[in-house]
Design a protein. Structure first.
Length: 293
């Protein structure tokens, strides 16, 4: 039998192409012994655990004891077994967070997950925030500071690093600490961990503001152009990104006859009407726009 006529199949079998004879089949099938025809069936039959994640203090490697007092068939456990399972859950929780650093990490990561969910931050950014907090904990930067304060600062740094438009005011609304403390801890983490954080681009806020104000596509595009052109002129330097973006949205609404009041935009952007009034006039003068009221 000519070796040139032998073909290796996807299953690892060595087959003679012309006659179809299986020459070699003693291979190891590393796939599952079951079959599934949709995602839910595949999930129910799979016996592997969740992927490793930075969002859990044990990285998701610890086995969890189910909170339901039922067996594999769904039958209720006896009173004696329920009592035993409660003791096992208690001891497992104690063992998982035996060291003070682990308890600190568990509380902080839970706080990060809560705030990220409340502000709509993507899962990938939560992972980055958890990594930043772990680095701060390893460098002993948490000592003497509130866990909630440092967790919020880590989340803000992650948003900045991943270019997610969340302002300090957005995080302050869902945090359990004051705005000043978050800002102080954010600067501290950024400096000590040497995080490369670029200045916030005001243009990142335009899509969110436009969506909440239900603006026309033309108006949103014009607002983005206003931000881009005035940013190139350096007009945004030293100014709040949210206020600068909100002013561009207001100016664009006037130019495109898709008007929104300064109050409506200020409420969405969480800035004052005075800020919008001052910034939009600066933008209008810089671009030499003629807006009729």
């Amino acid at each position: 039998m000519d070796e040139a006529d032998l073909v290796r199949t996807d299953k690892g079998e060595l087959v003679h192409e012309e006659t179809g004879i299986i020459v070699e089949e003693e291979t190891i099938d590393r796939g599952p012994e079951w079959r599934a025809f949709d995602h839910s069936e595949r999930q129910s039959k799979s016996r592997v655990g969740s992927p490793v994640t930075q969002a859990r203090h044990d990285k998701g490697l610890t086995t969890d004891i189910d909170w339901r007092d039922t067996d594999a068939a769904g039958r209720q456990l006896s009173a004696e077994k329920r009592s035993r399972m409660r003791r096992l859950r208690t001891w497992q929780e104690r063992i998982r967070t035996q060291a003070s650093g682990e308890r600190n990490l568990q509380q902080a990561l839970t706080e990060i997950d809560r705030m990220a969910s409340a502000t709509g931050v993507p899962k990938s950014v939560r992972e980055v925030a958890c990594v930043i907090y772990r680095q701060a904990l390893d460098r002993d930067l948490i000592r003497g500071r509130a866990i909630e304060e440092m967790a919020t600062a880590a989340l803000m740094a992650a948003c900045r690093q991943e270019a997610i438009p969340r302002s300090l005011d957005d995080l302050t609304k869902v945090a359990r600490v004051e705005r000043r403390e978050i800002g102080r801890s954010y600067r501290y983490i950024s400096e000590e961990l040497s995080l490369s954080l670029k200045p916030v681009d005001p243009g990142q806020y335009i899509p969110r503001f436009a969506s909440e104000l239900d603006l026309e596509n033309e108006t949103q595009q014009k607002a983005s152009e206003i931000v881009e052109e005035t940013t190139e002129l350096g007009l945004h330097a030293g100014k709040s990104p949210t206020g600068f973006a909100a002013a561009a949205v207001y100016l664009a609404s006037l130019v495109c006859s898709d008007r929104r009041t300064q109050r409506d935009i200020a409420d969405i952007a969480d800035v004052t009407v005075v800020t919008i009034r001052n910034r939009y006039k600066e933008q209008m003068d810089a671009l030499d726009l003629d807006v009729s009221f």
